[in-house]
Ligand binder design. Structure first.
Ligand code: ASP
Ligand code: MG
Length: 399
């Protein structure tokens, strides 16, 4: 929803669907940049505005677009009604700015649909038990859309965004990145939590849980987009790897020369978690001389704070030294295909070795392998992996 012209283009598109006979519920987000603009104004009012007032403020962005879109639809002879989250009875808990949807009463939407109206709902917002306005966290319109689709048992939930689908990796880094015709919920969840910012993670969790077929499409270009769905039984056709995700969000901390005795990991990480810092990857070396090195990663924003906490602990443990590095990057390959194929890790490590890229930390799950490398090699690593797994061979135009 960029501008007034964009809203009109969306109205044309919706009218097209209506003319083909579909019943439609549309969830809209604010005009682009609007939520940030509202947050910036709040910053000028109060050092730390209460989350309740923030929600009253940021939810207004969507209230503007639902009204404008409904007007544009009515103007086109396509009857429509707009609703805020509270009006359409999206009941949430009371955790302002990160509320969770508890219940949706879809009867009211159904009444409009039966009467032939398009239902236009404000994304990203709901109402708690006391009637306070709540919001679902940044990007929350995706979650609203999936939740409504689940409640209404819709045939498909289509998310229109500024990319034409989910790609094998970021096309800004790899020229021949391919749009995936389909991807599984599980893979999409990994990609989203590893740094791909196409959909709010919660919307993907929700879609997987309630089995809502989800499609990512470009707002203003035609095309089939990417269907997010369950794993095919027809495993032969699954590519080994579906995508490569990466981020520069992490920092690495190492404490050297800690005693190799029970309880040390908990002594190191306990104070970190008590400081409310989330740890991502962890490695501990095998002891040489009864002492060992312990390494973990945290979000880059928590780097300084973590270093301070770790230095304290290191003193208490009599460790030799603490080291920190915030010029790292995490690169991950993701694919349900690796469940049934051995050798994926060695292909990955070979490809990195061939480029002379040193791997600092490794972590794996059933459908993912992540490595930490020096940030300056990030793009080289992603390109090397993209060609090692032949992701440029994927054909985008099935489905
Ligand atoms: N307008 C909200 C945001 O910018 C919600 C959304 O766009 O999904 O985060
Ligand atoms: Mg969005």
């Amino acid at each position: 929803m960029g501008t007034v012209e964009r809203i009109q283009a969306v109205a044309d598109k919706i009218k097209g669907f209506r003319d083909r006979g579909d019943d439609i519920v549309v969830v809209v987000s604010a005009m682009s940049g609007e939520t940030n603009r509202l947050i910036a104004m709040a910053d000028q009012m109060q050092g730390r505005p209460t989350p309740r007032e923030m929600d009253v403020l940021v939810s207004t962005g969507e209230q503007v677009t639902i009204a404008l879109l409904s007007m544009a639809l009515n103007e086109r002879g396509c009857p429509a009604r707009s609703y805020t989250g509270g009006q359409v009875r999206i009941r949430t808990d009371n955790s302002h700015m990160k509320a969770r949807i508890k219940k949706i009463d879809e009867e009211h939407m159904r009444a409009d649909l039966t009467a032939g109206r398009v239902v236009v709902v404000a994304g990203f917002q709901g109402m708690d038990e006391e009637g306070n306005i709540t919001t679902l966290g940044r990007g929350g319109s995706d979650t609203t859309a999936v939740a409504l689709a689940a409640a209404l048992k819709a045939d498909e939930c289509q998310i229109y965004t500024d990319v034409d689908g989910v790609y094998t990796t970021d096309p800004r880094v790899v020229d021949n990145a391919r749009r995936l015709p389909r991807i599984t919920f599980e893979e999409m969840l990994e990609m989203a939590s590893l740094g791909s910012k196409i959909l709010q993670i919660r919307s993907v969790e929700f879609a997987g849980k309630y089995n809502v077929p989800l499609r990512v499409l470009h707002s203003f270009q035609e095309g089939p987009g990417t269907l997010i769905t369950f794993e095919d039984d027809n495993e032969m056709e699954d590519p080994l790897i579906s995508g490569i995700a990466f981020n520069r969000d992490e920092a690495k901390l190492t404490v050297k020369g800690v005693p190799d005795i029970p309880g040390v990991a908990s002594k190191i990480l306990g104070p970190i978690s008590r400081a409310n810092i989330e740890v991502d990857m962890i490695i501990q070396n095998v002891a040489v001389d009864k002492t060992t090195d312990f390494t973990f990663t945290v979000h880059r924003n928590d780097f300084q704070h973590s270093m301070e906490v770790l230095q304290e602990t290191a003193k208490e443990l009599g460790a030799r030294e603490t080291l920190g590095d915030n010029k790292i990057a995490k690169v991950s390959i993701v694919g349900v295909g690796m469940r049934s194929h051995a050798g994926v890790a060695s292909t990955m490590f070979d490809a990195l070795a061939a480029e002379g890229i040193n791997i600092q930390v490794i972590s794996t799950s059933e459908i993912k392998i992540s490595v930490v490398i020096a940030e300056k090699y990030l793009e080289l690593a992603v390109r090397a992996l993209h060609s090692a797994f032949e992701l440029d061979q994927i054909t985008s135009d099935t489905e």
